[in-house]
Design a protein around this ligand. Sequence first.
Ligand code: ARG
Length: 283
Amino acid sequence: MTSTVSLADPSGAGEAPASHRRLLMCPPKYFRIDYEINPYMHVGVQPDLDAAIAEHEAIVEAHLAAGRKVEFVDADPACPDMTYTANAAVVRGNRAVLATLPPERAAETPHHRTWLRDNGFEVAETRYAFSGQGDALACGDLLLAAHGQRTDARAFRTLARHLDCEVVGLRTTSARWYDLDLAVAVVHPGAVLAYNPEALDAPSLRTLRGLGMELIEVAPEEAAAFALNLISDGRTVTMTSGAPRLAADLRSSGLTVVELETQELRKGGGGVRCTALTLDNPA
Ligand code: ARG
């Protein structure tokens, strides 16, 4: 397959085999709010650590109950955000592009690099800002990638080349949607997406609507409650509680929906999806 970057007119999406059955997670052992790098974080509002650990354990249990395999990278006391492993990298086949995280999170990267290399991934890096899977959603032959907040569009070339896929560039409109995984969710790769129209600029909305996939619209209030920050393997959707409309839409489309509390984890600006890096996106 040829690697191309197309910011305006992507095509060629096809329904892909299921993924999200192999996940990399990191226990929130040292989770705290030491800095504010998204609008949901407030150093004056600290998580209850035991409750955060319990939320995380419930997410892990839900993945295991859905038949997924969960692997772990060790937490580092110097990395209070490390439980959000979705930002480590983006993976396709046995290849990974490592994130270029904000300076406050840079100490996480050596752990991610080592884990991915030790586990057989060919790792590439970009010198441009890149939020890992937070801003890059695998969707069949396409990679839906956002820029404008945590990712510089110049990183897309490395994504397309190293992962050998077509990058569909999207632009998120505000810091509320600082990562694409708060604004768009892949429900069935190549076939069904859920999205919050308010989170994307007009050209991006046209791009998304031109992909030929079924689109489920999600209200901004539910999106701001991390509704779209979900993991779907095509059978089971694991998502936050507090987004009853999206949960009902997904159930009525025949999916099993598991809703979990994320009250503590959201104090860092993350939900269910942020806590897992998908390791089995098909190449
Ligand atoms: N506090 C973390 C940050 O701002 C949260 C990351 C959430 N991850 C995600 N994929 N949206 O970087």
